[in-house]
Write a protein that binds this ligand. Structure first.
Ligand SMILES: Cc1cc2nc3c(=O)[nH]c(=O)nc-3n(C[C@H](O)[C@H](O)[C@H](O)COP(=O)(O)OP(=O)(O)OC[C@H]3O[C@@H](n4cnc5c(N)ncnc54)[C@H](O)[C@@H]3O)c2cc1C
Length: 435
């Protein structure tokens, strides 16, 4: 932007992640004059995540995305592993029967976000990169305070509505006093590495066919018993490998998160997968894990909050969902703004948006799992004693030492007593109720 330029748009979107770009795409489709401002060199440049996107909401936006989006592999295999003391117990689910609305794909965000932004540009959105929004411009005070635009260092741009899609680190919202400081217990830190391997090597090592992918989540002693876990996603010719660990708990750990990732990648059950792979990239990012209970106000006069900035992300232990929620929230924001513009009543937009969210699957899914983050935080056994319990049970089932067999039930009861039978039953009950 040129120095001192003062321009006006119908809508300004801060951040070209999936939430902001989805909103811009839908708005531009309806001929709304929309500007997206992204601080990265290009959309996706600041997004380290390589993970799985459930594509149902993307399909609502771009029905023929399968032919055009940079999709690495379709997830057809799921693995969940529980590790303790070098042992690992794994459940694998493979399917050849995925309905179109159930599909999910592994994507690399640097490619995916760039593609989505180009699609929004084709619809007529104006996207500028390498420009940071430094402040939200507001006027009035108290209940009449209204967001009227954004400042990017010396430049000011004005709009009828600002969509804040700045992601998990809600600096702009907090600095403008539109949300409180983020409680650390509702956030996690994710670190990720990308390892290149030939596609056929990935296929052989994980038993995949061409273009078939795997999502593999793990928990156990690699996080030193604190809330978190590891993940592996298969790209076409690389693996995204990382860990997500609760922000509040990191200080209690004996190791840094990078050391935990090192322990994960050198774990005897993981290291063979990465043999001779080249480390290409290492990055870190915040993940909002507080779910429904940590959601802020979704908007007010002149502004709406979408995606991670609104804490619309769910880590259920067996799957992480943020991108499909981000896209849906962008769509809901655009729909609400379209109604506001049509009726020349922009003050009704934030209530309309809240209603759209509440009535869509997004609000319902977040609400359904609202107790999950607290359950994971309040049940340290999941990350400490239970991984050892599960692996000891497996040892009892599969090991034969020639010293005479013991009834399996007796061995199982001995293991259960070592954890505490009543604790085990109580935690299992709490877990079932939070799902
Ligand atoms: C390690 C890790 C693994 C994950 N795995 C998965 C997964 O497998 N599946 C899944 O669905 N989700 C996953 N997530 C969550 C997912 O990444 C987010 O939920 C999703 O990216 C949210 O989209 P968003 O558009 O709201 O925010 P973001 O994707 O964070 O985009 C925000 C954008 O705003 C820009 N921005 C920020 N501030 C400014 C500013 N002041 N001015 C201009 N631009 C700005 C940023 O550069 C960025 O491009 C994972 C997250 C992490 C960290």
């Amino acid at each position: 932007m040129e120095q001192g330029v003062r321009e006006r748009f119908d809508v300004i979107v801060v951040g070209a992640g999936p939430a902001g770009t989805a909103a811009a795409y839908r708005l531009a489709q309806q001929r709304v004059k929309v500007l997206v401002i992204e601080r990265g060199m290009a959309p996706g440049a600041k997004n380290m995540m390589g993970g799985r996107i459930y594509t149902h909401s993307l399909e609502t936006l771009i029905p023929d995305f399968r032919e055009r989006a940079p999709l690495e592999r379709q997830v057809r295999k799921e693995r969940i592993s529980i590790g303790a003391g070098g042992d690992m117990t794994t459940i694998e689910y493979a399917t050849n029967n995925v309905a179109p609305d159930e599909e999910s794909y592994v994507v690399l965000r640097a490619k995916f976000d760039k593609w989505l932004a180009e699609e929004a540009e084709k619809q007529g959105a104006l996207i500028i990169s390498n420009v940071q929004v430094t402040e939200l411009i507001t006027e009035g005070s108290g209940k009449e305070r209204r967001v009227i635009g954004v400042r990017c260092h010396d430049d000011e741009v004005y709009a009828n509505m600002v969509i804040i899609a700045e992601g998990a680190n809600t600096v702009l919202l907090e600095e403008a006093g539109l949300t409180g400081p983020t409680p650390p217990h509702s956030m996690a830190v994710g670190v990720k590495e990308v390892y290149t391997l030939k596609p056929e090597v990935i296929n052989d090592r994980l038993g995949l066919n061409d273009k078939e992918g795997m999502a593999w989540l793990t928990l156990g002693d690699m996080t030193d018993g604190i809330l978190g876990g590891g993940f592996i996603y298969t790209n076409e010719g690389s693996l995204s490998v990382g860990m997500v660990v609760g922000l509040e708990d990191i200080g209690k750990a004996n190791r840094s998160i990078d050391d935990m990732l090192g322990a994960f990648t050198s774990h005897p059950s993981i290291a063979p997968l990465l043999k001779n792979a080249q480390l290409k990239e290492h990055s870190a990012h915040l993940v909002p894990e507080g779910g429904y209970m940590s959601m802020p106000k979704l908007g007010g006069k002149g502004y709406l909050v979408v995606g991670d900035a609104a804490r619309m992300c769910m880590n259920l232990g067996y799957t992480i969902r943020g991108m499909d929620l981000a896209i849906q929230s962008g769509i809901c924001a655009a729909e609400a703004i379209n109604v506001g513009l049509r009726d020349s009543n922009m003050d009704a937009v934030s209530k309309l948006y809240e209603k759209e969210i509440k009535n869509s699957w997004l609000g319902k899914d977040l609400k359904l799992y609202k107790h999950m983050p607290q359950f994971l935080a309040d049940t340290p056994g999941i990350f400490q004693t239970y991984p050892a319990f599960v692996n000891d049970l497996m040892r009892d089932v599969f090991m034969v030492n020639g010293k005479g067999a013991e009834p399996l039930m007796k061995k199982m009861m001995r293991r259960a007593k070592s954890v505490g039978l009543s604790t085990l039953i109580r935690d299992a009950w709490k877990g079932v109720r939070s799902l």
